[in-house]
Design a protein around this ligand. Structure first.
Ligand code: HEM
Length: 137
């Protein structure tokens, strides 16, 4: 991937101190721009809201550990097929994720950071979608 992993880590670290505001912003952005995905989620997101961010943290910590990363993404992708997540939803989530990171990263956000996140999200979503599709065959 054409991603600078140190930029992924430093920008993610810059966003972390903003806490649960970050996930709130992410879901508001996603549901505003893609209201069609709202029904896939539980009516009250409180409990699972921060799980996506925790999972991202775990993925970011394992970016160099390809085997562990792939296994985590395949499991996540299989569970997401069960939630009704389709391949076409992944770019929507990626756009909201990157908009959220950009919003909170402040000066840590640069074109190179955005390029790195786009590449990493591409790998994440390709792996999740492939595992999800394989599990629903
Ligand atoms: C970077 C990509 C993503 C990550 C890291 C991620 C992470 C998570 C995590 C950790 C959970 C908690 C349950 C579990 O661990 O299985 C979850 C639940 C869920 N995710 Fe994702 N997700 C991603 C992409 C997506 C996409 C593209 C969709 C499609 C709209 C989606 C829809 C859902 C839904 C519907 C739930 C269950 C929510 C509920 O029960 O209300 N996710 N996600």
């Amino acid at each position: 991937m054409t991603a600078d992993l140190s930029l992924i880590r430093s920008s993610f670290a810059a966003v972390q101190p903003h806490g649960s505001q970050v996930t709130a912003y992410f879901y508001d952005h996603l549901f505003e721009h893609h209201p069609g995905v709202r029904p896939l989620f539980a009516p009250h997101l409180d409990e699972q809201r921060d799980r996506l961010w925790a999972a991202l943290g775990a993925l970011v910590s394992n970016l160099e550990n390809t085997e562990a990363l792939t296994g985590m993404l395949q499991n996540l992708g299989r569970r997401h097929a069960g939630y009704g997540a389709l391949a076409e939803h992944y770019p929507a989530v990626g756009t909201s994720l990157i908009a959220t990171l950009r919003h909170y990263a402040g000066d840590a956000w640069t074109p190179a950071v955005e390029e790195s996140w786009t590449a990493v999200y591409g790998v994440i979503s390709d792996t999740m979608v492939a595992a999800g599709q394989a599990s629903s065959n």
